[in-house]
Design a protein around this ligand. Structure first.
Ligand SMILES: *[C@@H]1O[C@H](CO)[C@@H](O)[C@H](O)[C@H]1NC(C)=O
Ligand SMILES: *[C@@H]1O[C@H](CO)[C@@H](O)[C@H](O)[C@H]1NC(C)=O
Ligand SMILES: *[C@@H]1O[C@H](CO)[C@@H](O)[C@H](O)[C@H]1NC(C)=O
Length: 353
């Protein structure tokens, strides 16, 4: 009867375990004074993850877009961090291929990959009169197809016209930037993950990451293997300083902006583009504002899926990895004093104390 493995055995074993545990706990805690106990409970409190993230403050002043003079100051901070110095006048011919000039609407725009550049390019091409038909927002890949936007690139060696620089001097100029954490997550989801709606369009890079981080070389296995966010982060860290060469979707935004050669009239944080795009159109003197709207139906950027994914995935990385990524994209953080993923106002620019 004693040998029978009936459920009756379990309580006694559980009781034994509980008793041993309590005893051990008493032995450990006994020498602790009251102050030590208080300290211990504080440690426990801090390391226990809270089940629900704090609800963002609906009245946070960071929900308002930053002023342009504040943004300009930040741009200078980012440049001085990079040891770059702006010298007037603007020299737009120093830009990368992603700076465009639209002569009819008299506007210069720098489109940074993964910072809303496709939507803006479409809207600007429409305002310029280059796109005359209705465009299905789901089918916009052709905007980037060879030759379509080339005539508008500022530099002639990238396809643009040989420009009279005095036209550039008189133009309105702007660029759109994004919180580096959400940009990093968005690039991963769109280019490398297995998410169906997003699509792993950079499969070759995906294979490369899995090969390097997981040691898988069998092509048949690789075919069905996608990198994790953590592997992607490690791969980028291994390539610090040469991310530009892998792919511009992952490269720092400071490399794509036309700084320090030129200063923009406006720098728009994508998190506030709903409020600021109207201001951009006013500056361009275009009344019709056919931007396709936000990528996300949730209007508070702090609750959009890119922010929620970023919080979750970045919290899963080691502190050292987070520090290294932060270092790689430090200039981009400075561009708008961008919040960390642990901040309640993440991913907004922090412009109020
Ligand atoms: C819009 O109109 C104003 C006033 O006529 C002018 O000063 C400004 O240069 C125009 N903007 C552009 C981008 O042409
Ligand atoms: C943001 O997080 C990084 C990485 O943990 C840290 O190095 C940095 O100091 C933080 N920045 C701010 C403004 O809190
Ligand atoms: C940048 O953000 C921090 C909070 O992380 C804030 O204390 C500081 O005042 C902000 N800087 C500027 C120039 O607004």
């Amino acid at each position: 009867m004693l040998m029978r493995p009936d459920p009756g055995c379990r309580p006694s074993r559980a009781w034994f375990v509980a008793a041993t545990f309590t005893l051990l706990l008493l032995i450990i805690l006994k020498p602790l004074s009251d102050t030590n106990l208080a300290a211990l409970s504080r440690v426990v409190e801090v390391t226990t993850p809270s089940p629900e993230p704090p609800t963002p403050d609906p009245n946070s002043p960071n929900l308002q877009p930053p002023s342009q003079s504040w943004s300009r100051d930040q741009l200078h901070k980012a440049m001085s961090f990079l040891y770059w110095e702006y010298k007037a006048p603007n020299d737009w011919l120093g830009c990368t291929p992603r700076t465009y000039f639209f002569p009819r609407i008299n506007t210069i725009f720098t489109g940074i990959p993964k910072s809303g550049c496709t939507n803006w390019l479409l809207a600007l091409l429409t305002a310029e009169g280059h796109i005359k038909h209705e465009v299905d927002p789901a089918d916009i890949a052709w905007v980037h197809s060879a030759g379509y936007t080339d005539p508008f690139r500022v530099r002639s060696e990238f396809g643009g016209a040989n420009l009279d620089t005095s036209a550039l001097d008189k133009a309105f100029s702007f660029a759109v930037v994004r919180n580096p954490w959400t940009r990093l997550v968005s690039a991963f989801r769109q280019k490398l993950s297995s998410e169906e709606t997003q699509g792993g369009t950079f499969r070759a890079m995906g294979y490369d990451i899995v090969r390097e981080m997981r040691g898988i070389t069998d092509p048949d296995v690789l075919l069905y293997t996608y990198p994790t966010f953590r592997e992607y982060a490690g791969y980028l860290i291994n390539r610090e300083g040469m991310i530009n060469e892998i792919n511009r979707h992952f490269a720092p935004q400071t490399n794509e902006l036309c700084i320090p050669y030129a200063l923009y009239d406006m720098v728009v944080p994508i998190e506030h583009s709903a409020a600021l795009s109207q201001e951009v159109w006013n500056k361009i003197n275009v009344s019709e504002t056919s931007l396709f709207g936000s990528y996300d139906k949730v209007s508070d950027p702090r609750l959009q899926s890119s922010a929620l994914y970023a919080k979750k995935w970045l919290a899963g990385l080691d502190t050292e990895m987070v520090e290294e990524l932060y270092r790689i994209y430090k200039g981009d953080f400075l561009l708008m004093n961008y919040s960390n993923f642990t901040h309640p106002d993440f991913p907004l620019p922090l412009h109020s104390p």
